[in-house]
Design a protein around this ligand. Structure first.
Ligand SMILES: C[S@@+](CC[C@H](N)C(=O)[O-])C[C@H]1O[C@@H](n2cnc3c(N)ncnc32)[C@H](O)[C@@H]1O
Length: 299
């Protein structure tokens, strides 16, 4: 319909995701060259590939991703026996490890996912309203827009999209689905455009798409649970590094790190959030909204 397996195979070899804040993360995260590390969101393997350059043959990286396609591409890109790939959510870390020297969470979405019409994350192409990182999950964006009641839709668009136009958009969705199902990215986009102000910096559908993605993948709950679980496995001297791409996630990380610091067993590596340099943003516009926070276990 929107693409087929051939499309996937042709493009598989071309996917490169420029890893963000690579130097800052590597220099702080790799504290022991023989250590065990987790890349909680391996994506296309960009960060992992760099970490390996700083690790000995004894070291190991356990690389998680919910997306089976990402794992497939990362395996090819990384191609190193020191890496164990796990096609599960990072919230299942405890089944895979005892103690680790460091963990990276790079939240957000990879270029492969964003640029793949079949995944339905972007309104730049027509595609199904899917938005699942993990195709084994059952909740899709299509289900949400066609079945959630108006209050729930408003809540999601307001809280996860931070869109002031949430009432108009939720209403337009409910009106439209009475007539016909809303089953493609472009149908949803044009519906939102009809009831929104068009002159802004970003397309008016951007925030609703973000909101749906967060709801489909339980992203905010996972951020909280993932870090909460991971902290129990970090050795003294080990580091948790987190990259976020919007304020909702960053707020969660900031609060968790603040509480960890209060225990006196953890120390913030950077008091102020680290962002990409002007040079990095020029080369990789996706790094513009990235925020990095790092915390070290000291006792
Ligand atoms: C921004 S990308 C990571 C890019 C990667 N650091 C690189 O350099 O290629 C984020 C990845 O996190 C994955 N992801 C999202 N939620 C996840 C979860 N709960 N568990 C594991 N992976 C997840 C997505 O599928 C996506 O591939």
């Amino acid at each position: 319909m929107y693409g087929d397996t051939a499309w996937e195979i042709i493009n598989m070899t071309q996917w490169i995701h420029k890893p963000i804040l690579l130097e800052e993360i590597t220099k702080n995260l790799i504290t022991n060259k023989d250590g065990i590390y987790i890349d909680a969101t391996v994506g296309l393997g960009g960060h992992t590939k760099e970490f390996l350059k700083h690790l000995s043959n004894k070291a190991k990286i356990i690389a998680f991703d919910k997306d089976k396609d990402a794992i497939k591409i990362a395996k090819k890109n990384v191609n190193d026996k020191r890496v164990v790939f796990v096609n599960k959510s990072y919230t299942e870390i405890k089944q895979e490890v005892d103690e680790i020297n460091g963990i990276l969470f790079d939240f957000g979405i990879s270029s492969y996912q964003l640029d793949n019409p079949e995944k339905g994350f972007s309104f730049r192409f027509d595609g199904p309203l899917d938005m699942r990182f993990d195709s084994r999950d059952t909740l899709t964006a299509e289900y949400i827009v066609n079945n959630y009641n108006i209050d729930k839709l408003e809540q999601i668009i307001r809280n996860y999209g931070e869109d002031r136009n949430y009432k108009k958009i939720a209403n337009a969705i409910v009106e439209e689905r009475r007539l016909r199902p809303i089953n493609s990215t472009l149908k949803l986009k044009s519906l939102i455009e009809k009831v929104s102000y068009q002159g802004g910096r970003i397309n008016p559908a951007t925030k609703t798409f973000q909101a749906l993605r967060i709801e489909v993948n339980s992203e905010l709950e996972n951020v909280e649970n993932g870090i909460d679980i991971a902290k129990n496995f970090i050795k003294v001297g080990g580091v948790i590094a987190v990259i976020t791409f919007h304020s909702l996630e960053d707020r969660i990380v900031k609060n968790i790190f603040r509480d960890l610091k209060k225990t006196k067993n953890w120390q913030l590596i950077n008091k102020k959030v680290i962002t990409a340099s002007r040079e990095e943003v020029k080369q990789n516009p996706r790094s513009k909204s990235a925020k990095l926070r790092l915390i070290k276990r000291i006792a």
